[in-house]
Write a protein that binds this ligand. Structure first.
Ligand code: GAR
Length: 216
């Protein structure tokens, strides 16, 4: 396919979002090609999913490096061997250095299990329940130097039910993650999604403060 968009996926764990991406590229008309999957954990199940799908895998253990900058510099080198147009963070549980983020400015996406800017960081489902929120969800955003910050691309909103636990919420949020991440990656691959000075643009239109909003 002449207009293929090569993507490198970074992950640290299970890789269910990677699996959703892999599945979405199997439609025949997908412009997305996952060139490689890289993990900072050699035992991440996501690497197994990638090799099962015939995708190149690499692991780079952060513990072998003196400090964040050194690891991130090595990671950049590894990623750039695959010459990706887009880098996708899919449960990559590392804080990224400013140099790393700047290197991939405008071509680095992340997914986060909350309605950002609410609940950056960890334990998002628990925190939404403790706050008594009526709604919860997930967000895809361009990555900037602010942790779990950066212009929003798309959010999926679900209602919080009376008897929800962090586990039941996580499960329903995951279903939404698996829908919106492949969608956002495809938009990028098609050249429809870009990062402008003012924020994320879809088809040349500035997306609002929540990005493209999907209510369930
Ligand atoms: C996902 O829920 C993703 O939103 C979250 O990690 C999980 C990875 O699941 N990411 C973050 O919390 C980033 N701050 P997966 O390995 O099954 O795709």
């Amino acid at each position: 396919m002449p207009n293929t968009c090569d993507v490198v996926v970074l992950l640290s764990g299970t890789g269910s979002n990677l699996q959703a991406l892999i599945d979405s590229t199997r439609t025949g008309d997908s412009p997305v090609r996952i060139a490689a999957v890289i993990s900072n954990r050699a035992d991440a199940y996501g690497l197994q999913r990638a090799s099962d799908a015939g995708i190149a895998t690499r692991s780079l253990d952060h513990k072998g490096f003196e400090g964040r900058e050194a690891f991130d510099a090595a990671l950049i080198e590894l990623i750039d061997e695959f010459n990706p147009k887009l880098v996708v963070l899919a449960g990559f549980m590392r804080i990224l250095s400013a140099d790393f983020v700047r290197h991939y400015q405008g071509r680095l996406l992340n997914i986060h299990p909350s309605l950002l800017p609410k609940y950056k960081g960890l334990h998002t489902h628990q925190r939404a329940l403790e706050a008594g929120d009526a709604e919860h969800g997930c967000s895809v955003h361009f990555v900037t130097e602010e942790l779990d910050g950066g212009p929003l691309v798309v959010q999926a909103v679900i209602p919080v039910e009376l008897h929800d636990s962090p586990q039941s919420l996580a499960q329903r949020v995951h279903v939404q993650e698996h829908l919106i991440y492949p969608m956002a990656v495809r938009w990028f691959a098609e050249g429809r999604l870009t990062l402008g000075e003012q924020g994320a643009l879809l088809d040349g239109q500035l997306l609002g403060a929540s990005g493209h909003l999907i209510r369930n």
